[in-house]
Design a protein around this ligand. Structure first.
Ligand code: ADP
Ligand code: MG
Length: 645
């Protein structure tokens, strides 16, 4: 008997669960489902975002609904349109084998008459945002006087957003005998108030520590001067070619401005905020889910509850006004057991907020320095090399080979490689060469690492680059163990291990350098020759150890062993060829773009209708232009909406 069956779920749900590929119930599901199936009770369930709350109420709800009765039996309230659609979609998937069960989404910004018509046709479950629901009730378009179940999803968020009055009013329109299930990540006073007012002796389910951040998210902060905020953001993106992130700003205006700048600078970015039309928001979300957008710049309200898988980074471009909101932001990553990083770009004057957040999330931050230009070059170069290696050759190319060979005749393999990489990289390297340090004053004194090769002294840490990474099945811990064993080093002798896909960085003290170089270079790892080089950067020297004892450089998925210094690729010299001219992009997230070295593991079609990339011209790498407008600005996007939305 599988775990879901043990919880008491019936055959049609088990079938759907199988289709969804859920193997085991999550903790909140394990705790809530049996209670809700067996008892007619109110329930308060507290669990982090990403813990599977939708199914925790969705499964028992579906099982308890009488699909033969076409009357509305359940109302699910959720804070935003996006969430509303997401929940509706999930419920539909869960109930796909339940004949006659209909779920309708009711939210603002779409035709109310159509929604009313759908409800009239028979919707046992309504998923609604409070505002629109109230509207429908006022106009007599729905009847919730006989519902058996009311679910308040993301209750804390709904109340944060000022829906208290709407909720109270809607609930007053429902029968007393119904059961109310309240799901929330946190339990602020207002939620407790609602619970007290509308619930009778609720069962309680709590998963993890209340208010604590998800254990799968690591938290980092970067202290910069206020004027460098944007440059820091770009550099973080450059240091993480595979970044797939939500970037939070405080206001709609900043959100739009940052998105516009990123787009101008050639990143695959888009804005998501309340001033966009619903169709635009849908378009943006579609592109984001489809990974044509790597950096979604959003306000808290617009991004609330967004459930997109595999977000690698949440970036707090600015901290939220309400520190509690941080939790909701960081909960966008590290979902469904995946690892993620939540980054805060912060100025010296705001630093004290970090400890307030640490108290709330009950986790420590790791202080990092913005990666140096040299380090970014290393990361990007290797990324390119790997991409070249992984590129599948289309044999159409054979037709052109004779001509190409003629041109390149006489070059050795080594020369050819150098030249090929330089085509992409010259401007880029030149650009970063000139760039200044980006550390904030606080970090100033310790970020004076020069890009010149350093003289190695026994006591100094030395950072290495090695050509093995996650594709060789290493995570940072495994790589550390492998290195310790292979090099016969002690427990703490290998540190700041940072594993990228095709390569990694790590540190040892200078006294071990000879050993590292002699043993590791040429080491045969299952037929693969290891190559190790000394990196010109020590990977950041003063971060704190986090609560797991990981050093800052050894973080999970992100941000190269950051050194510190310099600003991002932009105008004046080295365009970040990569992003604009179609260069070094990670391609998991492959956005539509022309030309360039794309490996195409999941490449999207170059010209996606839904994409917010400028499509008018095919950018060419060889153009000297550094600030190619690679995408549309907000206004632009308004004018040129995705064709389908
Ligand atoms: P929450 O509402 O707690 O933030 P969601 O209900 O949105 O979380 O679930 C997060 C993700 O986890 C969704 O993509 C969902 O499909 C997935 N998920 C939920 N339950 C399971 C499970 N038992 N096994 C695997 N994935 C699950
Ligand atoms: Mg949810």
């Amino acid at each position: 008997m599988n775990k879901f069956e043990q919880l008491g779920l019936n055959e049609s749900l088990l079938l759907a669960i199988k289709d969804l590929g859920f193997e085991n119930p999550s903790e909140v599901q394990e705790k809530a489902i049996p209670v809700l199936l067996e008892q007619n009770t109110d329930l308060v369930a507290l669990a982090q975002t990403g813990t599977g709350k939708t199914a925790a109420f969705g499964f028992p709800l579906i099982q308890k609904i009488d699909a033969e009765d076409r009357n509305t039996q359940a109302l699910i309230l959720s804070p935003t349109r996006e969430l509303c659609l997401q929940i509706t979609n999930e419920i539909k998937q869960y109930s796909k084998y339940v004949k006659g069960l209909h779920t309708v989404a009711v939210y603002g910004g779409a035709s109310i008459t159509e929604q009313a018509r759908d409800v009239k046709r028979g919707a046992q479950i309504i998923v609604a945002t409070p505002g629109r629901m109230q509207d429908m009730i006022n106009r007599g378009l729905v009847n919730i006087k006989n519902i058996n179940f009311c679910i308040l999803d993301e209750a804390d968020e709904m109340l944060n957003m000022g829906f208290y009055d709407d909720i109270v009013s809607i609930l007053s329109d429902t029968p007393d005998e119904k059961n109310t299930w309240l799901f929330s990540a946190t339990m602020p006073a207002e939620v407790a108030r609602i619970a007290k007012k509308f619930m009778h002796d609720p069962a309680e389910v709590t998963v993890g520590t209340k208010n604590s951040g998800s254990a799968t998210v690591s938290h980092e902060f970067y202290c910069v001067n206020a004027r460098d905020r944007y440059e820091a953001l770009k550099r973080l993106a450059d240091a993480n070619p595979d970044i797939f992130s939500v970037v939070f700003c405080r206001t709609k205006r900043d959100t739009q401005a940052v998105a516009e700048k990123l787009i101008e600078d050639g990143y695959n970015a888009a804005a998501l905020h309340g001033d966009l039309s619903q169709a635009q928001r849908d378009g943006v979300m579609k592109s984001f889910r489809g990974r044509q957008i790597q950096m979604l710049v959003a306000t808290d309200v617009a991004a609330r509850g967004i459930d997109v898988d595999n977000i690698t980074h949440v970036v707090n471009y600015q901290l939220p006004d309400e520190i509690e909101t941080y939790n909701h932001r960081s909960g966008r990553t590290g979902r469904a057991g995946k690892l993620g990083t939540s980054i805060v770009i912060i100025t010296k004057s705001e630093l004290r907020k970090i400890s307030s957040i640490e108290r709330i999330i009950q986790q420590k931050f790791v202080e990092k320095t913005i990666p140096s230009g040299i380090e970014i070059c290393e990361i990007q170069l290797l990324h390119l090399a790997n991409k070249i290696k992984d590129t599948e050759v289309d044999h159409e190319i054979d037709n052109y080979l004779p001509a190409i060979n003629e041109v390149l005749d006489g070059l050795t393999k080594e020369e050819l490689i150098k030249k090929m990489v330089s085509v992409e990289f010259n401007r880029f390297i030149n650009y970063y060469k000139k760039k200044r340090d980006l550390s904030g004053e606080k970090g100033g004194e310790r970020s004076e690492r020069s890009s010149e090769p350093r003289e190695i002294r026994a006591g100094d840490p030395v950072r290495y680059f090695v050509n093995i990474g996650s594709r060789d099945d290493f995570d940072w811990m495994q790589l550390k163990d492998f290195l310790k064993e292979t090099l016969d080093l002690g427990r703490d002798d290998v540190f700041k291990v940072d594993v990228k896909e095709g390569f990694s960085f790590f540190n040892t003290d200078g006294e071990h350098t000879d050993k590292v170089m002699s043993i590791l270079n040429g080491f045969d790892m299952n037929g693969r020759r290891i190559n190790v080089e000394i990196s010109k950067n020590d990977g950041g020297s003063r971060e704190r150890r986090d609560h797991n004892g990981r050093s800052g450089g050894g973080e999970r998925r992100s941000s190269g062993g950051f050194g510190g210094r310099s600003s991002a690729p932009r105008s004046g010299g080295g365009s970040f060829g990569p992003r604009k001219e179609g260069g070094f992009r990670s391609d998991r997230s492959s956005a539509p773009r022309e030309g360039g070295f794309r490996s195409d593991r999941n490449a999207a079609p170059r010209r996606e209708p839904g994409s917010f990339q400028r499509e008018e011209r095919a950018p060419r790498r060889s153009e000297g232009n550094t600030d190619r407008p690679a995408g549309r600005s907000f206004d632009d996007a308004k004018a040129r909406r995705p064709r389908k939305s």
